[in-house]
Every structure is written in structure tokens, then in C-alpha cells.
Design a protein around this ligand. Structure first.
Ligand code: AMP
Length: 219
């Protein structure tokens, strides 16, 4: 199974991508998570990336392209993959297309998860992350066992710099200008699956699974 999941920031792509990866035994490739890992590692690339990510801007295409290419050849991607946060622009979508063509692979579905601005802002403003391991929580919907502390390592949780109001405004702008046009792109490619992302994670997952199964079931 080869999937893409896209939609506005904070809509729950990461949550659903992790669930689907586990359900179908495919690898979860999150460009955002990978970029945050690089930033935590303090490697020479970290400072360069940080200036884009923390301000809600897109990092250069060649950086994310390298992440995708390296990850796709790992053994856990043998049965398929779910790309979370990639592609985010039309040029990245064209790049993915050529990458898959080269490997004679087809995309099964591009899951478009959507929700109202109000829902998105509520989800983003409550999100907290562990600066040490990157695990993500939500003060209301997925709180840690001890308030403000990571369940795994006890580290005090923080807000992602790009979850601060100014950066969120920028991310929404970038989303509308650069990422939203992917709907039409994937629709034309015949792989678009639209999902209402405003409901509880279990309900969203059930709808995705139902729609994916409908794609595979004989008429
Ligand atoms: P996410 O965790 O998917 O919300 O991504 C967080 C940030 O990482 C984005 O706001 C961008 O700065 C960067 N990023 C993630 N994926 C991409 C991508 N495909 N192209 C460019 N920048 C990306």
C-alpha cells in the first residue's frame, strides 16, 4: 500500500499516519518529524533548517527530497509507505511522481484530511512536545500522565516554536498557497480521497479504512 496524507497544519495527519502505518505494516515517513530530529541532533544542517521550520516556512525542496529518497529504500518500506507532510507543493508532487515512475510504482491514494480553522487552531494551541524525544501530546485530547512532563523520559514539555500564533499564521498561509492546490493535482491523477478530519481520531481512522477498503473491493 502506497499512500500520501495531506491537509492543513494540525489537522491530525501525524496521528492518522502512525495508525495506518501500524495497521498495514507499512513505513511512516514524516518529513516534519525527520526535520525536527535533525534539529535536535545539532548537526551542521540543523541551524539552516531551523530558520525555516521555526518561522513556519517550507525548507528547500532538495532537503526534503533527500529525506524521502533515503527513507524509501529502508527495509521497513518494502510493503509500502505513508508519506506524511510530503509532497507539500506542486513541484514536490511532480518530483514524487518521477521518483515512483522510476521505480515502476503507483500511488494507491492521496488522503486529504480537512477541518475548520477553529478546530485547527484549538488542536495546535494545545499541542505540547518533548524536546528530548520528540513525542507529541495535547493538553486536552492526549495529555501526559503527569501534567507538563513526558511519559517516556520525564522531560518538561514545550510548545513547538512553529506552533506559536505568528508561525501558525504563516503555516496556514503557506498551506493555502502551496499545498491546497495538491487537491486538484491528486484528483486529476484519480487518487484523491477526502476525509473529514474534524472528528475524534478513532472515527477519522475508521472512515479512512472504510474508504481505502472500498477502493480495493471488487465492484
Ligand atoms: P509538519 O510536522 O508536517 O507540520 O512540518 C513542520 C515543518 O517542517 C513545516 O512547517 C516545514 O517548515 C517543514 N516541512 C515539513 N515537510 C516539508 C516539506 N515537504 N517541504 C518543505 N518543508 C517541510
Amino acid at each position: 500500500m502506497r499512500l500520501v496524507i495531506f491537509g492543513p497544519p494540525g489537522v491530525g495527519k501525524g496521528t492518522q499516519a502512525k495508525r495506518l502505518a501500524q495497521r498495514y505494516g507499512i513505513c511512516h515517513i514524516s518529513t516534519g518529524d525527520t526535520l525536527r530530529e535533525v534539529m535536535r541532533s545539532g548537526s551542521p544542517l540543523a541551524a539552516k533548517i531551523r530558520q525555516f521550520v521555526d518561522n513556519g516556512q517550507l525548507v528547500p525542496d532538495e532537503v526534503v527530497a533527500e529525506i524521502i529518497e533515503r527513507r524509501l529504500i529502508q527495509p521497513d518500506c518494502r510493503k509500502g509507505f505513508i508519506l506524511d507532510g510530503f509532497p507539500r507543493t506542486l513541484s514536490q508532487a511532480h518530483y514524487l511522481d518521477s521518483l515512483l515512475k522510476k521505480r515502476r510504482l503507483l500511488l494507491d491514494a492521496a488522503l486529504f484530511l480537512d477541518a475548520s480553522d477553529e478546530t485547527i487552531v484549538r488542536r495546535i494551541s494545545g499541542r505540547r512536545v518533548c524536546p528530548l524525544c520528540g513525542r507529541s501530546y495535547h493538553v486536552e485530547f492526549a495529555p501526559p500522565r503527569v501534567p507538563g512532563r513526558c511519559d517516556d523520559d520525564g522531560e518538561p514539555l514545550v510548545q513547538r516554536p512553529d506552533d506559536e500564533p505568528e508561525a501558525v499564521k504563516k503555516r496556514l498561509e503557506v498551506y493555502r498557497e502551496e499545498t491546497a492546490p495538491l487537491r486538484e493535482y491528486f484528483e486529476n491523477a484519480g487518487v484523491l480521497v477526502s476525509i473529514d478530519g474534524s472528528r475524534e481520531p478513532d472515527q477519522v481512522e475508521a472512515e479512512i479504512v472504510e474508504q481505502l477498503e472500498a477502493l480495493y473491493s471488487p465492484m
